[in-house]
Each structure stands twice: as structure tokens, then as C-alpha cells.
Design a protein around this ligand. Structure first.
Ligand SMILES: NC(=O)c1ccc[n+]([C@@H]2O[C@H](COP(=O)([O-])OP(=O)(O)OC[C@H]3O[C@@H](n4cnc5c(N)ncnc54)[C@H](OP(=O)(O)O)[C@@H]3O)[C@@H](O)[C@H]2O)c1
Length: 461
């Protein structure tokens, strides 16, 4: 049994999810994977009292030489790392899960290559640091931890597990305790500036419904936050805020849904929005929901964080990198479909029934997200997409962020048909979706050009 428990403990979150799903299928269990247990988030958000910058020398160099970076093998992390490599001359010590330094470096390099943003000249400035957010001291040996504590000037903490199905208890070690360990590093030996990637979902509590929330508004309410992921991000941001109130120089970036690169379309194809577009296209139907979507392309997000994080007066501030022009979910649905490939719009309960029916007999991109779409998560028996209806969500204000970016060329692109076409092209290039399934006439040309594109990619890799 001990052996079995340790084998389960060693599984990655994705492997654990698959195991739970297989067990549920075998036993016919209908309980959701992620029941929103009553976690007292305010108690969870008490920062370890030993983490404090008090009495330590403060690193103030405007041109950091050594930057500690988490999440370089992820989506935003790839683009942010490249942007910072371009804009600074620092060396990046990147926390990475791997069995050896060589594999760690390869994982980072491969990730940048897949998004088409790798350059050999970056190589010497990327140093892998083997570790794991889930472990004390981030799983870094004490000797290296002390060296990093003494030599790192700035930290970008961007890694997290973005699983929308797991409960708080499963995600806490990465998203909450991992953030606490990053704060420990920031306060150890000398005080380092910290840039932290948060989410606008910290305002998910129904207490914020239909209220305007700006960068300066406090994040007080946690009641009614249902998603385990959002609960962990709420607690993690509160820990970061506590460290800020103890004197740590911190910037917080609240992110909306991050969409693909506005020019190349490069997007994390495991991302929720990509899976939604693919799954609904495969099912040939979308649910009718009254939700506003704030999607910011990853190039805007990365450029904005890289710029803002280097402004001396930005320290201590919070930024909303939400799209100033949110769109109705209908717009996203319509722009992703075509007249040649008509699609049905179904009331949510009928769409749920179709999802259950479709996933019984065919592969569908939404199969693993079924608990998210089907299970009631609130006392009112609402699923998460229903909770995200316009009448239940806040209005995100980002005026202070736009003001801080004024005078630069960093502007969040509007979501329109052109941008969606860029994304669909990327989906086809990468074999995520095929041109016939989407059925737009312009994809005839894309099909002709694809062999040349693939050849180019092959030479690049
Ligand atoms: N994407 C969005 O739409 C969105 C929206 C709002 C906020 N955010 C926030 O933005 C940040 C980046 O998101 P993303 O979309 O770039 O995520 P992502 O593509 O899923 O990348 C997550 C990164 O975190 C790393 N990570 C996860 N667990 C780890 C652990 N135990 N130890 C070390 N590293 C670990 C992953 O490493 P592996 O490769 O080893 O798994 C990966 O590099 C996150 O903080 C997220 O909460 C994202």
C-alpha cells in the first residue's frame, strides 16, 4: 500500500487526472473529480511569519544581471522569457522540472522552438535550475538555494498548474506553497524585486458580480469561488500581497484568458479556449451563453509585463492586462465558424446532453473537461460556464494599466475576424484542426501552402 501511495504521489497532475478518470469510468462513478470542498481560503492565505524582507539589504540595480524565472516551459513563460532576453542583458536562472540539467535546458529550448521564437544566441543566457514548485526550497539543493539567494536580483514567478478540474487540495502544493517558497527566496539574504503572474479570476466571488473592479481595488472576497484553480490563485495572490505589506517590492499582473500570438497565431493548444473551439467545432454546436470574454494575445501580455516590470515607478503596483475591448462569447463562436460549415447554437442544457452523447462514441477535445461543463459546483446547482455569465461576473477596469503603457507601442489587439483567421491558420498548420472541419473557403489556399510551411518548420527545428 505504501508503495502504491508513493507511486501515486510521484505521478504528474495530468497522470493523476487520467488515473482518477479511469477509475471513475470503471466504477461508473458519477461524482465529480473536483468537489468544491469548503476550504477556508482566508486562513489558507496566512503567510509564513518567517518570510520577511525586514533588516535585509535591498537589491536596487536598474539593470539586473541575474533573474530567477519560473514557467519557462509554459505558454506565457516562453514569450515573456524571450521578451526579457531581448530587452535586458541578464542571465536567466529558470526553474524547470527535469532529471538532468541537459534535459532541463532542452525542455526550455524545445518549448521556445515550438512557438517559433527560439534563437541560438539565447542559449548561453538560459541556465536551468532543476526543481519543483511543490517541494520545500522549490526542490533546490541548499547550496544552490543559498547561492541564488545571494546573487539573484529580480524574480519573475509565472509558473502554476492551470488545471480546471482538480480541487484546491491537489493544486495547493504547486500554486500556493510554491508561491510561498518563491516569496521565501525573494526575502532570503537580500531583498529581490518580485513580478508575479496572477489572474483576473481572483474577483470570481459573486460579491463582485457586475461591479467595476480596478487595479487599486482590494481582493477581499473569496466566498463562492468554486474552481480549485481559482481558489489557489486567490490564496497565492493574497500571500504575495502580504509579502508586499511586509516590505517586499512586488508587482502583480492580473491576466485574462491569454490567446495566441496576434501575428503568428502561436497558442498553447492544450489551453481551455483552444479545446473549446476544437471541441465545439467537432460537435458542430456551441452552447448559448451570455458571457463577455476578455482575451489578450500572448505577445501583448509578454511585452506589457516586460515593459512595466522595468519601470522604476511600477514597483508596488498591480496591473490588469485584460483586453480593454472584451467581446461577447457569440462573437468568438461566430468568427471561428463559417457559412460553409453551419453550426447549431443550443441552450446550455441541450448542449450538455449533446456533449455527453458525442463523447460516448467519439474522440472530442472536451472529454477531459466534462466535470467543468457538466457538474454543478454551486449551491444554486450552476456549472462553471453558467457561473461566468455576464450577470455574475465583474467588469474589469484596466485604465491605470493603459495609462502606464501610454506612449509605448504596446497596444492590446482587438478580437476580430482577422485575428481569429490567424488563430485558425495556426490550428491547421499544427494539425490541431483540419481545414475541412472548419470549412472556410480561404483555407483552400492555406492547404496549398502548408507543405512549404512544414518544410520551413522542419529546417528551423
Ligand atoms: N493561460 C491563461 O489564459 C492564463 C490566464 C490567467 C492567468 N494565467 C497565469 O499565467 C501564468 C502562466 O500561465 P501559462 O498559460 O503560461 O501556463 P502553462 O502554459 O500551463 O505553463 C505552466 C508552467 O508552470 C510550470 N509548472 C507547473 N507546475 C510546476 C511545478 N510543480 N514545478 C515547476 N514548474 C511547474 C510548467 O512546467 P512543466 O512544463 O514542467 O509542466 C510550465 O512551465 C500562470 O501563473 C497562470 O496562473 C494564465
Amino acid at each position: 500500500m505504501t508503495n502504491l501511495s508513493s507511486r501515486i504521489a510521484n505521478l504528474s497532475p495530468e497522470q493523476r487526472q487520467r488515473l482518477v478518470q479511469r477509475l471513475q469510468e470503471k466504477t461508473g462513478a458519477t461524482r465529480r473529480i473536483a468537489s468544491p470542498t469548503a476550504v477556508d481560503l482566508k486562513t489558507e492565505a496566512i503567510l509564513d511569519s518567517t518570510i520577511s524582507p525586514e533588516g535585509k539589504p535591498v537589491e536596487t540595480t536598474p539593470h539586473p544581471r541575474s533573474i530567477f524565472f519560473t514557467g519557462a516551459t509554459g505558454f506565457l513563460g516562453a514569450f515573456l522569457l524571450v521578451e526579457l532576453l531581448r530587452q535586458t542583458s541578464a542571465t536567466f536562472y529558470c526553474l524547470v522540472r527535469a532529471g538532468s540539467l541537459e534535459v532541463g535546458k532542452q525542455r526550455i529550448q524545445q518549448n521556445l522552438k515550438e512557438y517559433g521564437i527560439w534563437h541560438d544566441r539565447f542559449s548561453s543566457r538560459i541556465i536551468p535550475v532543476l526543481g519543483d514548485l511543490e517541494q520545500p526550497q522549490l526542490g533546490i539543493s541548499t547550496e544552490l538555494w543559498e547561492t541564488l539567494s545571494a546573487n539573484i536580483d529580480v524574480i519573475y514567478h509565472n509558473a502554476a498548474s492551470l488545471n480546471f478540474v482538480f480541487p484546491y487540495s491537489v493544486l495547493k502544493p504547486m500554486n500556493v506553497l510554491g508561491t510561498q517558497e518563491v516569496l521565501r527566496l525573494a526575502c532570503q539574504t537580500k531583498v529581490k524585486r518580485l513580478h508575479y503572474a496572477s489572474t483576473y479570476a481572483v474577483f470570481e466571488s459573486p460579491d463582485y458580480a457586475e461591479k467595476v473592479v480596478s487595479e487599486a481595488d482590494p481582493v477581499d472576497h473569496s466566498e463562492g469561488i468554486a474552481l480549485g484553480y481559482t481558489q489557489t490563485k486567490w490564496v497565492a495572490e493574497k500571500l504575495v500581497q502580504s509579502a508586499r505589506s511586509r516590505g517586499l517590492p512586488v508587482c502583480i499582473y492580473r491576466l485574462p484568458l491569454i490567446s495566441g500570438h496576434s501575428k503568428t497565431g502561436a497558442w498553447n493548444l492544450k489551453d481551455f479556449t483552444c479545446l473549446m473551439i476544437k471541441g465545439c467545432t467537432q460537435m458542430k454546436c456551441w452552447p448559448t451563453l451570455d458571457s463577455l470574454i476578455s482575451m489578450s494575445p500572448v505577445d501583448y501580455t509578454a511585452e506589457a509585463i516586460a515593459y512595466l516590470s522595468q519601470q522604476p515607478n511600477a514597483l508596488g503596483q498591480t496591473f490588469h492586462l485584460t483586453n480593454p475591448n472584451p467581446v461577447h462569447v457569440n462573437e468568438v463562436q461566430q468568427q471561428s465558424q463559417s457559412q460553409q460549415n453551419p453550426i447549431e447554437y443550443l441552450p446550455y442544457d441541450q448542449w450538455q446532453a449533446r456533449l455527453v452523447e458525442v463523447t460516448r462514441s467519439q474522440d472530442n477535445a472536451l472529454s477531459t473537461l466534462k466535470p467543468f461543463f457538466l457538474e454543478p459546483w454551486t449551491d444554486e446547482q450552476l456549472t462553471i460556464p453558467e457561473m461566468y455569465q455576464r450577470s455574475r461576473t465583474p467588469i474589469l477596469d484596466c485604465q491605470a494599466t493603459l495609462k502606464a503603457l501610454a506612449g509605448t507601442s504596446i497596444v492590446c489587439p482587438r478580437f476580430d475576424r482577422k485575428l481569429m483567421t490567424t488563430y485558425l491558420f495556426y490550428f491547421i498548420q499544427t494539425n490541431f484542426l483540419d481545414a475541412e472541419t472548419i470549412g472556410r473557403s480561404q483555407f483552400f489556399w492555406i492547404k496549398l501552402l502548408l507543405p512549404f510551411y512544414r518544410l520551413k518548420q522542419w529546417f528551423r527545428s
